[in-house]
Design a protein around this ligand. Sequence first.
Ligand SMILES: [Zn+2]
Length: 109
Amino acid sequence: MCKCSVQNCQKTANYLVLLVDYYAENGDFFVEIDKTCPLLCTEHKDENEKQAQGERKARMTMSYPYTIQEDAQGITEYISLKTIERLLKENKETTGLWNKLKNKILKIK
Ligand SMILES: [Zn+2]
């Protein structure tokens, strides 16, 4: 099992953390796994969201207690590891994951 990336947290990770930068003008976006904090347990994911500061908008940089610790522009998104596991088992990893992520990104205003 993968462990949560937060220092001293011994819990099992439940979420993969993504850094998303969205360009509303043309619908383009940049996405990568957050290198500064790739995995979070449910508790730390909730805390990370609760304490997030900034506007959840395209081309904005949010500030989070655990994720995006480098000077990078973007918003944190999470995909549950259970979902990833399920999609891999169903052999739909590419389209399934992509659609899931796209739906999340489209919610960013
Ligand atoms: Zn944790």
